[in-house]
Write a protein that binds this ligand. Sequence first.
Ligand code: PMP
Length: 428
Amino acid sequence: MSRSKEAFKQAKEVIPGGVNSPARAFAAVDSDPLFIEKGTGALIYDIEGNEYIDYVGSWGPMILGYNHPQVIESLQQQLMKGTSFGAPTEVETELAKLVIGAVDSIDQVRMVNSGTEATMSALRLARGYTGKDKIIKLKGCYHGHGDSLLVEAGSGVTTLGISGSPGVPDEIAEETIVAPYNNLEAIEEIYNTYQGQIAAVILEPVTGNMGVIRPQVGYLEGLREITATNNSLLIFDEVMTGFRLAYGGAQELYEIEPDITTLGKIIGGGLPVGAYGGKKEIMEYVAPAGPVYQAGTLSGNPLAMAAGIETLKLLQQPGVYSMLEEKAAKLEKGFKDNIKQLEVAADVSRVGSMFSIFFTDKQVIDYKTAKESDTDAFTTYFKQMLAAGIYLPPSQFESNFVSLAHVEADLDATIEANYNALAKVKKK
Ligand code: PMP
């Protein structure tokens, strides 16, 4: 038995399913997970010492690669001062200023400990601010595991085929109305049916959690207009896309200002962080400035702030996002050439350094079309890539992440492995 298999067996005895987050269990690709020992740059190592070129990046945060020396140094300096005080620290203001400087729609920001907390809090704020209860979420978008948002979600929920979850009361799920992504008429219809009752629309402006799907031309503009006309809020969940697709996130790329933005992943530099922010008028509804309660013992944790500050500063360097674009575009071209040459029914869907390969010959525009992908083909592909030393997200319905640490040789090796893996898919 491999060491990872043995470790998984032991973990399963003491941790439900052996993992602390379901997607890690590799169930969707009919495999056992690798247990990871360490990472450096674009490489991770399992506990047996096998090396992999990694495109998971801890599911998004590791945009600089693992163990970036400046992030580590910054963490070490903070570590010597203490790990948590539950009192205000200047590093919280420093990270807040960096976030506000990056994202035009944010005047004030509150730090929390995860993306889930960020979206839960953003919904409470939207409801408190508008005095309305219903939320529109989009099919296949994942916003963490809060009750209101675990309805037709993507990510692990899609992968495992769980629609919603036991434990979410119907009365709560009923307040969430689900619409297909990239479909403005559906949103308009919901607004007509529930006039004056919708607090907010929440979405991933570019989706990652049903695979990477881009918003069609005019879609985000349409959402901005409909929400504003109806006095409800537009919430961009940029936990994945924030500081990833551009320094100012998807909203910079598509030039749309939401009312509330949720963040996480990259802003914690690999430590547990989430955040939500928006215009001052809305954010001042949050306690203690206002009546909407939200709190956290470890919120604004100084270690997480230190890692986040250093990461954002490094991302401010000129040329960073064009470098990411070049690396990811090279992969896209290499993969597309392979797909064409081998005549496999697949396509690469990419925005900046996020991409997916959908195993379908149809155009993927929403959850329904994403779900038409051939997941058996994906499983074959995934296993072949892993055997070739390429570590991918273990599901058809996730995004791959390119980091600044991926070098030409990594990309070339990945394109070659992709050719061989696609050849296996074709043979099946
Ligand atoms: N929103 C989005 C868009 C996400 O991708 C995720 C996590 N993948 C979350 C929210 C939840 O974040 P967390 O896992 O930190 O709770």
